[in-house]
Ligand binder design. Structure first.
Ligand code: PGA
Length: 254
């Protein structure tokens, strides 16, 4: 089976830097253990911890198999520098050693009002500045209630807007139905697999992008295997369960 990818989205957690470093160390230690698929793991801590985690990461990088452990940020601004109070640009993140950035997460769309137009600007600059983009898309419960075809139309429209003008780039898409995020309600693996296959085909046809596509939404140690058994599911974007060391290790070793 092809290598799978697991992205940990720590969101606004953990509470202290010491806890963040402890979590990082435990996950790194587990990376040396047996992994069925040789999982690629990307950790995305909050901005405030990135510098120290990047420092710890540099120290252990040599002892981790190449390509299977990387760091990312949870957002990046659409301008490189300037009078943009509190914002962080992709070049700044690159300079700290970040390889990935999550963009368009539904919580950014909801609480920070990131529109598709804003996300598109962020995607373009992040790619230009050398970050690999993990673009999140997914429909709200009201859309899904109208059926799978409505959900596909919604996701397609998001992808079109978020990736306008983007081709042949390092983009990974995470499909996260909103009703499954942090709720304990997860999508049926077979339904998710179908949606991910649809996303892959759409990306190839419209953007010429051969992208990895991940599923996200209440993935944990118990259900991860049900998802990644599908060929179209390249891995998972994990929120809550990525903060629990035992649970996360189970996910990356499944
Ligand atoms: P969850 O979050 O795993 O807690 O559902 C996923 C996400 O928001 O990326």
């Amino acid at each position: 089976m092809a290598r799978k990818m697991v992205v940990a989205n720590w969101k606004e957690n953990p509470r202290t830097e010491a806890q963040a470093l402890k979590l990082f160390a435990a996950i790194h230690a587990a990376m040396g253990g047996p992994q069925k698929h040789g999982t690629d793991v990307v950790l995305c801590p909050p901005f405030i911890y990135l510098e120290d985690i990047a420092h710890a990461f540099r120290k252990v990088k040599k002892s981790t198999p190449a390509g299977c452990f990387a760091l990312g940020a949870q957002d990046a601004f659409w301008e490189e520098r300037g009078a943009f109070t509190s914002e962080v640009g992709p070049k700044m993140l690159r300079s700290l050693g970040m390889e990935y950035v999550i963009l368009g997460h539904s919580e950014r769309r909801k609480y920070a009002h990131d529109t598709d137009a804003i996300i598109n600007k962020k995607v373009k600059l992040a790619l230009k500045d050398g970050l690999k983009v993990i673009l999140c898309v997914g429909e709200a419960p009201a859309v899904r209630e109208r059926g799978a075809a409505a959900a596909r139309r919604f996701v397609k429209a998001q992808l079109k807007k978020d990736l306008a003008g983007v081709s042949k780039a390092s983009v990974i898409v995470a499909y996260e139905p909103l009703w499954a995020i942090g709720t304990g309600h997860f999508d049926e693996p077979a339904d998710a697999a179908e949606m991910l296959a649809f996303i892959k085909d759409f990306l190839i046809e419209t953007c010429g992008l051969k992208a990895k596509v991940l599923y996200g939404g209440s993935v944990d140690g118990r259900n991860v295997g049900d998802y990644i058994q599908y060929k179209s599911i390249d891995g998972a974007l994990v929120g809550g369960a990525s903060l629990n060391t035992k649970e996360f290790i189970k996910i990356i070793t499944t």
